[in-house]
Design a protein around this ligand. Structure first.
Ligand code: S3P
Length: 188
């Protein structure tokens, strides 16, 4: 039911989206999951900034952190956004820290419509337990790190153009809320 509604909602946006959409928010908020669903519904290609970085560097995010450090990763991340944001409509899931870096956020703000997927700590913790390849969380207490990042990064995420709540329920609900927010933006 929700899926059928999401499909028709997305259809009303076909041809109306004139720039890239960038999903931002903390690790585990659902950027990639939501992006992978809304992109085909909107008839757009989906990109994941982390995968683009890995492709360009020829190594995993964890290896980039380990071999070159976070500062180098952030510089690469900014360059990837400069390359991806070419005015062509598409959906991009941003790595959790991208929108927090002033220079990268400026690139994203200038070249896209940004949408913050805001989630509660419990949701972030439970979703990030499933994957162990995030260097910022590796070997640490996920709850403690995410609680800290939630507070520190909130002012940056609040600068996104749109905000949607990403709850613990099925992804269809967040997809629906995201499409509603995009409709409000592109078809005011
Ligand atoms: C990071 C989030 C990760 C990845 C890197 C750093 C962060 O992306 O870019 O490990 O600083 O929050 P996801 O949010 O897709 O996990």
């Amino acid at each position: 039911m929700t899926q059928a509604r999401n499909k028709s909602l997305a259809k009303s946006l076909h041809g109306r989206i004139d720039r890239p959409i960038v999903l931002v928010g903390l690790m585990g908020c659902g950027k990639s999951s939501v992006g992978k669903v809304i992109a085909p519904l909107l008839g757009l290609d989906f990109f994941d900034s982390d995968s683009e970085i890995e492709g360009a560097a020829g190594m995993s995010i964890a290896e980039i952190f380990e071999n070159y450090g976070e500062a180098e990763f952030r510089a690469l991340e900014r360059r990837i956004f400069e390359r991806m944001l070419d005015d062509q409509p598409k959906v991009i899931a941003a790595g959790g820290g991208a929108f927090v870096q002033d220079d990268t956020r400026a690139v994203i703000k200038a070249g896209s419509v940004s949408l913050w997927l805001q989630a509660k700590l419990d949701v972030l913790v439970s979703r990030t337990q499933k994957r162990s390849n995030r260097p910022i969380l590796a070997g640490k207490d996920h709850r403690a790190v995410l609680r800290d990042l939630m507070e520190k990064r909130r002012p940056a995420y609040e600068k996104a153009d749109l905000r949607v709540f990403s709850g613990p329920e099925s992804i269809d609900k967040t997809v629906r809320a995201s499409l509603d927010a995009l409709k409000g933006h592109f078809l005011p």
